[in-house]
Design a protein around this ligand. Structure first.
Ligand code: SF4
Ligand code: SF4
Length: 184
């Protein structure tokens, strides 16, 4: 199927034009220092990763090849503030097929970690994290669910040790993330 001007524009989003002022030439070196992301500059834009990516098949915006190019170009703010980097399912199909052995999945993981460092956490992850801190579970289990379990003769769900989770989160800095960070 041929790509129309409209679909290209949709894929690139509102900010299709790249300004030189947006490009941070140090970004690729910053990324290259992160374990697993050392080969970012080997990407020669063949597009195999995008062609084989199961997420790209169902998304108009997720294109691993494009993410690699944007990273090489140093479009740091645009990448880190985008929800798109959080769409990767870490299936490693791209890693298996890349002719340059770029290690895309690890680079995307590095981009996500940097995004969090810069204060961008998608709302859904922020809510999941907050729920783990408060209840020990990734989502709130409604009272009705507990009653249904009882009616079905199922044992009650194990109680999470919220104090231990809080201590662990403080030590690792996990809880601090949720106090300070912006929501993407
Ligand atoms: S398959 Fe590898 S070389 Fe080709 S565009 Fe993707 S990352 Fe770059
Ligand atoms: S690891 Fe991520 S980018 Fe690579 S094929 Fe899977 S979903 Fe796509």
């Amino acid at each position: 199927m041929s790509e129309t001007k409209e679909t290209r524009e949709k894929e690139l989003g509102e900010k299709a034009v790249i300004k030189v002022s947006e490009m941070d030439p140090r970004f690729k070196y910053e990324i290259r220092k992160i374990p697993g992301a050392e080969k970012i500059m080997l990407c020669f834009q063949c597009g195999t990763c995008t062609a084989d990516c199961p997420i790209a098949r169902f998304s108009d915006s997720y294109r691993p090849r494009k993410l690699m190019r944007m990273t090489q170009l140093g479009l740091k703010d645009r990448i880190l503030s985008s929800d798109v980097i959080w769409l990767c399912a870490a299936c490693f199909t791209c890693v298996d097929h890349c002719p340059q052995d770029v290690g895309i999945a690890s680079i995307i993981r590095a981009l996500r970690n940097l995004a969090v460092d810069e204060g961008f956490i998608p709302r859904v992850y922020k809510e999941l994290g907050s729920c783990v801190l408060k209840t020990g579970y990734a989502y709130r289990i409604p009272e009705l669910r507990h009653r249904k379990r009882e009616e079905q003769g199922l044992p009650p769900l194990p109680k999470a040790n919220v104090e231990s989770i809080a201590k662990l989160s403080d030590v690792t800095g996990f809880s601090k993330l949720f106090e300070e960070k912006k929501v993407a």
